[in-house]
Design a protein around this ligand. Structure first.
Ligand code: NI
Length: 199
């Protein structure tokens, strides 16, 4: 009888371990699933060109055209912002209902001032946003944006690989559509107009 506890101790521990691991896995999977159901985007807190804090709620009532990149980007970002600026021109008065946001994935170099000067060179309509590493990490996760820094050989410089998708978000802040960046300004404007009208 004195050894009785040993006979059920191991099975009990085994059951506890299975429950903990299984519960953890379930929690992890269910969070991932709910994130997918919740969709792309979500709340964010960032800093604009004048150092003011802005959140996703700042832009409620207007569409957001969200793009992630960085000002040192050699090609994709400047090309995309040029296309966005031209597409906005083509939208005419409808462009007033769209707030383009350029969110940096390189907050170490892209200060509010740097972001403001950079976006202003493309269009005064485009709002450059930066933030702390944590704030940028959080918004990038919400939008499923991939980014990774790479040191350039022989210098202290680095480049940042990043996914290149435009996200059109509705006036309620919810994801509307992904837009390709490698299309003409006319095609982009037409797609945005169509998505806005169907909304
Ligand atoms: Ni880029």
């Amino acid at each position: 009888m004195s050894r009785g506890w040993r006979t059920w101790l191991l099975p009990t521990l085994a059951i506890i371990v299975v429950l903990v691991i299984g519960g953890g896995a379930w929690l992890y999977i269910s969070q991932d699933v709910s994130a997918q159901i919740g969709g792309i985007g979500g709340p964010f807190t960032l800093i604009d060109g004048s150092g003011q804090t802005v959140t996703d709620r700042t832009f409620r009532g207007r569409f957001m055209l969200v793009y992630f990149g960085y000002t040192f980007c050699p090609d994709v970002c400047p090309t995309t912002l040029t296309t966005v600026a031209a597409a906005l021109d083509r939208l005419g008065p409808q462009a007033d209902q769209v707030q383009p946001l350029f969110i940096t994935v390189d907050p170490a170099r892209d200060t509010p001032k740097v972001m403001h000067e950079y976006t202003a060179a493309f269009s005064p309509r485009i709002l450059g946003l930066t933030g702390s590493e944590q704030q940028i990490g959080a918004v990038a996760r919400g939008y499923r944006v991939y980014f990774a820094s790479h040191a350039a050989a022989g210098t202290s410089d680095y480049t940042v690989d990043h996914s290149s998708i435009l996200y059109l978000m509705g006036p309620d802040g919810r994801f509307v559509a992904p837009l390709r960046t490698d299309q003409s300004a006319g095609a982009l404007a037409a797609e945005i107009r169509k998505d806005m009208t169907e909304r």
